[in-house]
Design a protein around this ligand. Sequence first.
Ligand SMILES: [Mg+2]
Length: 238
Amino acid sequence: MSPLDAVIFDVDGTLVDSERDGHRVAFNLAFEEAGLPDRWDVDTYGRLIKITGGGRRMAFWFQQNGRSPEESTELAERLHVRKTALMRELILDGRIEARPGVRELLDTLDAHGVPIHVATTGTRAWVEPLLDTVFGDRFQTVLTGTEVPALKPDPAVYLEVLALTGADPARTVAVEDSANGVNAAVAAGLRCVAAHNPYTEGDDLTRATIVTDGFTDPALVGWFAQALSDTEPGTAGN
Ligand SMILES: [Mg+2]
């Protein structure tokens, strides 16, 4: 196995369960504030997540539950503004936590002097406060959908991190939770460790180097231990 020059992390669903613990909760708070009875439990949200874009997701739901298309769209647009503000509040209040085992992996990489970066298609407006609140200032390079708008599986955001850091793709590993993410990393020439969550368990992750249940999965821990044993301390990140 080649040594590690760098590890690049996805955010949404990888470093944090931002859908389940963040966006879903913010939607429910927006419904509650507006005096609506609608609530999305974890399973319901798992089905709705396939509809991309928060506004579209709410409009679909309202229409499915008996409102007219016009009323659904109008209500969804209004609530989506509030939902976005509520999501930011949740982040700043520290209500979204790192997935179990993430901190331990970041500490291990730090101890071996391996630089860690972020490549996400989330917008900087919430990614930056989220990373600051949950992890502090520990990522060297953070690129978001604000700088690189092409959505994964387009490899653009990964290619941009590689260009900025000068990391050798053959010695760099991505960590992702979903099919789109894995495919983006692989298209950028990277190996990819998949750490799926309950929402992405059914994704086709076959292009990943290894598929694991998350950061406490012994398969993931063992994979990084092996990769790091081939990496001489202090030689990474030149
Ligand atoms: Mg993701």
